[in-house]
Design a protein around this ligand. Structure first.
Ligand code: PXL
Length: 290
């Protein structure tokens, strides 16, 4: 039976306020014409980036029943996509989920959310890094930021890094398992006002780069937004460099639509104002082969 629309299993937390994880992933992928089946890993009243006193319900134990029911229903997914995870046990469950639902055809995307700006998030210990390395080995596509890439490879987060060195990191990460490695927030040479996204595709042995202007503002949830657009774009049949372009352009549009307003950045980007951009053709493409 041919499915009328593509289907994705999205394994992330549901944070009620602040635009991160499922509240970003679901609208983006739905707008891109993909059915999202969420498997919530935890329910929080808000995400943790800038809020205190949030409520938290851990759903680790229900994830196994959830998975078993989906197996009984014989659901087939075109993509399995995981992000922020709360414990090594959750990582083991997702690893089992990939064993059960992964096929030659579908796409396994792991966003190894662990930290940013050279630091790990409070909930991440060395046990989580080791488990994340194992999960990464089962993925087809991974999207670490520069900090997460360094932790996966046991390297320093030295911001003064050459393009040649980043290419070595990409190849090393792909040797861990994934065919496609996308590193975000790669620092550009000192004095440059840019940051870039650099990707490697092992099958074609090609490196792609998209640069964008660095905007000095931090909004939680932009990593989830970026990876969601990459996932949607690849499922729609775009090439890797076009997916990178669409991801960068969308997140830049989100930040530009938000930055001019005076509101707490912890509430995330004003996604609702730019969601429809996802249905516009890519007019200007700026990727480079490096
Ligand atoms: O966007 C990453 C993320 C996901 N889930 C929760 C978070 C964050 C980032 O702060 O707090 C609960």
């Amino acid at each position: 039976m041919i499915k009328p629309v593509k289907r994705i299993a999205a394994i992330h937390d549901l944070s009620g306020f602040g635009r991160a994880s499922l509240t970003v992933i679901m609208p983006i992928l739905s707008t891109m014409g993909i059915q999202v089946c969420p498997m919530p890993t935890a329910i929080l009243s808000s995400h943790t980036g800038g809020f205190t006193g949030y409520s938290f319900v851990d759903l680790t134990d229900t994830m196994i029943d959830y998975k078993n029911h989906w197996k009984e229903l014989n659901i087939d997914f075109d993509c399995i996509y995981s992000g922020f995870l709360g414990s090594t046990k959750q990582i083991d469950i997702i690893s089992g989920f990939i064993d059960d639902f992964g096929t030659e055809e579908n796409l396994v995307v792991v966003d190894p959310v662990m930290g940013d700006n050279g630091k790990l998030y409070d909930t991440m210990g060395t046990d989580m890094i080791e488990s994340m390395k194992k999960l990464v080995s089962k993925a087809d596509v991974i999207t670490p930021n520069f900090t997460e890439a360094a932790y996966l490879l046991n390297k320093n987060c030295d911001l003064d890094i050459s393009e040649e060195m980043i290419k070595e990191w990409l190849v090393e990460l792909s040797h861990m398992g994934p065919n496609t490695v996308i590193i975000t927030s790669v620092p550009e040479p000192k004095m440059s006002k840019n940051t870039s996204v650099i990707a490697y595709d092992r099958k074609s042995n090609k490196f792609w780069k998209v640069s964008c202007e660095y905007i000095p503002a931090h909004f939680p949830g932009t990593g989830d937004g970026f990876t969601s657009v990459i996932v949607g774009s690849l499922l729609q049949g775009d090439s890797l460099p076009i997916a990178l372009d669409r991801g960068v352009q969308f997140i830049t549009a989100c930040i530009r639509a938000s930055y001019g307003f005076d509101y707490p950045h912890r509430e995330g980007v004003l996604l609702e104002k730019v969601l429809q951009n996802l249905n516009m053709p890519v007019m200007v493409s700026s990727y480079e082969l490096i």
